[in-house]
Design a protein around this ligand. Sequence first.
Ligand code: HXC
Length: 259
Amino acid sequence: MYEHLMMEVKGQTAIVSINNPKSLNALNSATLAELNTCLADMEQSKDIRVVIVTGVGAKAFVAGADISEMVNATAAEGRDMALLAKEAFRRLERMPQATIAAVNGYALGGGCELAMSCDIRVAAENAVFGQPECGLGILPGFGGTQRLTRLVGKGRAKELIFTCDKIDAQEAYRIGLVNKVVPQAELLDFCLMMADKMLSKGSYAIALAKMCIETGIDTDLNSGLNMEATNFGLSFATNDKKEGMTAFLEKRKATLTDF
Ligand code: HXC
């Protein structure tokens, strides 16, 4: 169905793999367009509740935007490519499903930016992160100046972007760029286990919490707290709230189904 993506569904978890192995999964416009379509379909789905994003092969998650496509691109084409990535990557942050980046190797430039658009990043021990754009005479254009700064702070973001240093998984963990580091062979199983843990919780509650976090981070504390109160109230109107709390009081496991 897709030329540049592989899709696998395991229960309520979808695994989307960037599939351009000849260029270490570099993101060209066609791949970004497919990713956008794929995520637009999935965000409507009630059956898929967690999305794992990864790259095909053992060497790269995504080695960046496709340099062979960008080399002759005009300013307008560069901007359009950035806006296409913005649309696709924004979906990852806004879709009701929880998203996990399973970073299985190089996550450079647009690859690091794709990983940063996911809710959670799990890195294999061999993962390498970096924003090498300034070495190519451009700047991060798929959200790096914004998301890296929000994740690791202004000083570290500027250091990584200005020096183009590549960092390994442990360093990425140390600075808060990734949530976990696991052995390469266990990466997907670990992510699926994390997905299962989320699936045993309230998917609708997780979607509301995600929305509060994503919207709240762009607003002032008071507006964020008011938004949280509204959504907290909304969660009280769900079957999951009744079942979750009743199950606790009856000392049994809850079965939460809302989404
Ligand atoms: C196009 C790429 C690519 C990329 C790798 N390849 N990265 N092609 N775009 N981003 C291709 C190589 O040209 C090569 O093709 C094949 O993949 C294997 O790569 P090698 O370089 O031979 O592998 P290796 O020596 O192991 O080095 C791996 C690497 C290196 C360190 C990841 O490939 C590398 O530095 N890649 C570029 C990383 C980068 O600068 N990313 C940021 C891009 S800019 P052939 O045909 O020779 O086999 C960006 C901007 C985002 O992301 C915003 C835009 C708006």
